[in-house]
Design a binder for this molecule. Structure first.
Ligand SMILES: CC(C)(COP(=O)(O)OP(=O)(O)OC[C@H]1O[C@@H](n2cnc3c(N)ncnc32)[C@H](O)[C@@H]1OP(=O)(O)O)[C@@H](O)C(=O)NCCC(=O)NCCS
Length: 156
């Protein structure tokens, strides 16, 4: 494919949150109701974050979380419906996988409802046996944490 009119961007600060909210609304059924505030927090806490641009229009997005050595997970992969089927989604996922925070980890996870064959064509395998999920309760009591200064005092 000729990517001349399509640009892949790793700079989070370039992401237009309004455009990303729209992209989720038209292209990502699991993320249709997300607010700008929530999206902004997710981007802040993710690395790498890859956006895809056709001139000034945001047409693709994916983000990952990673410990840099053992495990990484890819989230929110989406291509604008008008731009699908041209290889852009493949290139988007490959860009995430090539990032230094992802390309050395032992295992890269993702969850998908309808796109197994898309990810298989990139090299992912179906993994049904050992994944668990906690549907987090917002009223879960947090564990009291020691302040950093308290930890230092305890060391001596
Ligand atoms: C999944 C998605 C990101 C793929 O993006 P894309 O740019 O269309 O993907 P590509 O053009 O690189 O397609 C790669 C291959 O998958 C196939 N493919 C992609 N999307 C497909 C679809 N919706 N239906 C059938 N085949 C599809 C392509 O035909 C192509 O196969 P080929 O290489 O044999 O020709 C895009 O369809 C999308 O945004 N879907 C909605 C959101 C979604 O489900 N994201 C994944 C969440 S985990």
């Amino acid at each position: 494919m000729d990517y001349n009119h399509i640009q892949f961007c790793l700079d989070k600060s370039k992401i237009d949150l309004q455009q990303l909210k729209r992209l989720f609304e038209v292209g990502a059924f699991w993320a249709k109701d997300r607010t700008i505030e929530e999206i902004s927090i997710a981007i802040k806490n993710s690395n790498p974050v890859v956006s895809v641009w056709k001139q000034k229009k945001l047409v693709g997005f994916a983000r990952a979380t990673s410990d840099g050595v053992y495990r990484a997970a890819i989230w929110d992969v989406v291509i604008d419906p008008e731009c699908r089927g041209q290889g852009i989604g493949t290139k988007l996922v490959e860009t995430v996988l090539a990032h230094p925070l992802v390309n050395k980890v032992e295992k890269v996870y993702l969850t998908t409802t309808n796109q197994k064959s898309f990810y298989q064509s990139i090299g992912f395998q179906v993994n049904t046996t050992n994944t668990m999920v906690l549907l987090n309760q917002s009223d879960t009591e947090s564990v009291p944490l020691l302040e950093e200064s308290t930890l230092q005092e305890k060391t001596y």
